[in-house]
Design a protein around this ligand. Structure first.
Ligand SMILES: Cc1cc2nc3c(=O)[nH]c(=O)nc-3n(C[C@H](O)[C@H](O)[C@H](O)COP(=O)(O)OP(=O)(O)OC[C@H]3O[C@@H](n4cnc5c(N)ncnc54)[C@H](O)[C@@H]3O)c2cc1C
Length: 443
């Protein structure tokens, strides 16, 4: 049976950062590095490689608390101690150049998520941190002053401290399936209801969705609960054969997901939820009306289905004209009322929320272990001292734009440093052989 000071459950973003920070702290204290990462998948950091479409949007310089959801107040100590600047400095100190792009989004200068993962793995290896892959931890229990961890393969590890970084339920195909919640619950924790966030939305207008499948445009998206504005975002909208997607829809999907599960948003009950799309947000209805009347004057024999073809992608323009005007007639027979009705549709094209796509299409989990069950500075469990939690397993999630990885790094640093600082140096076993330098990500 292996004995280590610190066992990290999960070799994803937060777990790798926690392991690295813990090992650095042990080294700083002139103690032997004794950190073991147990990872369920064949390789560590699979989700990290998929982030930002393979580019890894690793943080966001717009350090706004409104971009986080869940136990935001309880996370303040960690988010405040490790702001985006500290994360960028941390990666720079590891040798990773970063660059800021639009809306404060930060990416590795290489443009490749693989650079972020490999820099973490190289440093972990250099410090002697071992990563055991294909070791899904299935049991975690207290044993004396420490913990016993059992993997599904029957491997057992004794650790003084455990850092639980097993994530939530989002994107199970990339490793995390919610087993972290069961491990936390076995040690006395609770878990809030969880639902998928940053996820495409399924809408009720089935025929329209099929017709628009594959169309993309820019616009402003408002989410309405029984007609009341709940949130608004601008950016690219993607139409799919089941509904709508794209970053601005993702940002509002958390509320749609909550509603689909509970018929409430932030605890308030709504009978129906709708997305209202302004497809021409930079132009006033008066300006657009003038342009369309001019079009009618100049092109009287032109097809009314092409009324909006100078404004919107052709498929979308024709779909709206078809929905509003019905039959094919020349422009000259259209009344001002018809033109106004068509314009109104471009300013408020509504989609009824039916559901959201499932966990496999979600980028993050909304919900998790309440942060109130941890120490705000160290993320040590108040239910089970010696256990630390970080990353998505906790009840904190962020918007698109680097906020989720920001939380993974910040919470990983907090938990890793605190766990290492709290360890008592182990007495070397009498018969122990000299340690060989282990390889990161070995099996
Ligand atoms: C497609 C996609 C794109 C994304 N893009 C971005 C982005 O650009 N920017 C951003 O900020 N966020 C992004 N996110 C979200 C971000 O990746 C996550 O919030 C973040 O990785 C969470 O870190 P974590 O360490 O908690 O979990 P993970 O990175 O998921 O790591 C958890 C690890 O634990 C392992 N594990 C799970 N259970 C066990 C167990 N029982 N025993 C052992 N190991 C276990 C898993 O295999 C996994 O490797 C994206 C997510 C997805 C799915």
């Amino acid at each position: 049976m292996r004995r280590v000071e610190i066992a990290v459950v999960g070799g994803g973003a937060s777990g790798l950062m926690a392991a690295l920070t813990a090992a650095e702290e042990q080294k700083r204290q002139h103690r032997p590095v004794s950190v073991l990462v147990l990872e369920a998948a064949q390789k560590p950091g699979r989700k990290l490689l998929a982030t930002g479409n393979g580019r890894c949007n690793l943080t966001n310089m717009h350090d706004e608390r409104s971009r986080f959801h869940g136990d935001v107040l309880a996370a303040e100590a960690v988010l405040g101690k490790y702001p985006p600047q500290a994360v960028v400095r941390r990666f720079l100190s590891l040798g990773l150049l970063c660059r800021e792009e639009e809306e404060g989004r930060v990416y590795p200068n290489s443009g490749q998520a693989a650079s972020v993962l490999s820099i973490l793995l190289e440093h972990l290896q250099a410090l002697g941190v071992e990563i055991l892959c294909e070791r899904p931890v299935s049991q975690l229990s207290q044993e004396g002053a420490g913990f016993r961890l059992c993997s599904s393969q029957g491997e057992e590890v004794l650790a003084q401290k455990v850092i639980l970084a097993a994530s939530g339920q989002a994107a199970p195909q990339l490793g995390s399936n919610g087993s972290g919640y069961a491990l936390a619950k076995a040690l006395g924790h609770s878990c809030t209801p969880c639902f998928p966030a940053l996820v495409p939305v399924i809408c009720g207008e089935e025929k329209r969705c099929k017709a628009l499948h594959g169309v993309r445009c820019r616009g402003r998206v408002s989410l309405l609960g029984d007609g009341k504005l709940l949130g608004e975002e601008s950016g690219e909208i993607q139409f799919t054969d089941y509904g709508i997607s794209g970053v601005c829809v993702f940002q509002l999907s958390r509320m749609a997901s909550e509603w689909a599960k509970t018929k409430t948003v932030n605890g308030i009950r709504f009978t129906s939820l709708q997305f209202s799309l302004d497809l021409l947000p930079n132009h006033s209805p008066e300006e657009l009306l003038g342009m369309l009347q001019r079009r009618k004057r100049l092109l009287p024999k032109s097809d009314n289905m092409a009324l909006l073809s100078g404004f919107l992608p052709v498929v979308l323009a024709r779909q709206i004209a078809k929905e509003v005007l019905g039959k094919l007639v020349p422009l000259e027979v259209l009344s001002t009322y018809d033109i106004e009705k068509t314009l109104l549709c471009t300013k408020s094209y509504t989609f009824t929320v039916k559901a959201t796509q499932g966990w496999d299409r979600a980028q993050v989990t909304a919900g998790g272990v309440p942060l109130s069950e941890t120490c705000p500075q160290t993320l040590e469990s108040s239910r089970c001292p010696g256990l630390y939690l970080c990353g998505e397993v906790l009840n904190l999630d962020g918007d698109c734009g680097g906020y989720n990885l920001q939380w993974a790094w910040a919470s990983g640093m907090a938990a890793g440093k605190a766990a290492a600082s709290a360890c008592k140096p182990q007495k070397p076993a009498k018969s122990s052989k000299p340690r060989r330098k282990p390889h990161a990500a070995n099996r």
